[in-house]
Ligand binder design. Structure first.
Ligand code: ASP
Length: 285
């Protein structure tokens, strides 16, 4: 055990300069403090990112969980993933309909199946069999959050715990008006979510670009193969997304407790904290 811990949360890179995000920032600040307290008293990074992501899904302030928007056929189909850096265990769901917390179902996939990713009907059958809480009345439950940039929103959490373990979780409603069955980067381990012994990363933005850059895993690869710092690695990945014409950002922590949150968009709702006294909740630069 050490006294080093770190945490970062995001509520999507679709924020636009034309509006204020006070409610989102207040909620994120309270959640960040809760997550920091959990880590400071020795809870695992995996439990902390799961709890943080589930709360961000439930709050309805971001385009994930309750705040998700329907696809082109009028159905809410959600994607989520999480990864435990210490074991490289991972779980994910894609195009999941009818469950309150896709990230909790993703954790179920990780812990209760030999698989990493379940999609569509199969994911829903698994969630029902395991007793995950359903959304009984989708019309009453979902209230699409105002996302800013057209169509986009995601939530994510990354953490380093006092045992030196890293974990990441990401959950999204995807792009509103997306084609039925469209899956973005969020549930793709390596693209929208990654954790290993070097870094934990959660991405947000136009997922097609993040998949083509293999964004989340590339942060760790740059640290490993190129000897980059966390900050350099994360900024380099966002540069690649930008060069392809993509928009978005990411949050990342490393095994030393560094935290970074670069983005190529007008804003990204985010909160960062670590044991060295960093505590920052912001949407814009
Ligand atoms: N990355 C998500 C997706 O493409 C959307 C977002 O982050 O805004 O599904």
């Amino acid at each position: 055990m050490t006294s080093t811990w770190a945490i970062a949360l995001h509520g999507g890179a679709g924020a636009i300069a034309a509006r204020a995000y006070q409610r989102e920032e207040e909620h994120m600040a309270a959640l960040l403090d809760r997550g920091a307290a959990m880590l400071a008293r020795g809870e695992s990074a995996l439990d902390v990112v799961t709890a943080m992501a589930a709360e961000l899904e439930a709050c309805g302030l971001h385009v994930a969980g309750k705040g998700a928007a329907p696809n082109a056929a009028g159905f809410v189909e959600l994607d989520a993933s999480l990864m435990d850096g210490s074991s490289r265990a991972a779980g994910a769901v894609a195009a999941l309909r009818g469950f309150l917390s896709p990230v909790r179902v993703a954790r179920g996939v990780m812990e209760k199946t030999p698989h990493v990713l379940l999609v569509g009907e199969g994911a829903a059958q698994f969630a029902a069999k395991e007793g995950f809480e359903p959304v009984d009345d989708p019309v009453a439950y979902y209230a699409p959050a105002e996302s800013g940039l057209p169509n986009s929103g995601t939530i994510g959490a990354v953490a380093l715990d006092t045992s030196g373990r890293l974990a990441a979780a990401t959950s999204t409603g995807g792009l509103s008006g997306k084609l039925p069955g469209r899956v973005g980067d969020t549930p793709i381990i390596g693209a929208g979510c990654w954790a290993d012994e070097r870094a934990a990363v959660s991405c947000t933005g136009v997922g097609e670009y993040f998949m083509r850059v293999n964004a989340a895993a590339d942060v760790s690869a740059r640290i490993f193969y190129a000897g980059q710092s966390l900050e350099q690695a994360a900024a380099g990945v966002i540069d690649e997304v930008r060069k392809l014409g993509g928009l978005g950002g990411l949050i990342a922590v490393d095994a030393r407790g560094n935290v970074t949150a670069p983005f190529a968009s007008q804003g990204m709702k985010r909160g960062l904290a670590n044991a060295s006294g960093l505590r920052e909740v912001k949407t814009f630069q």
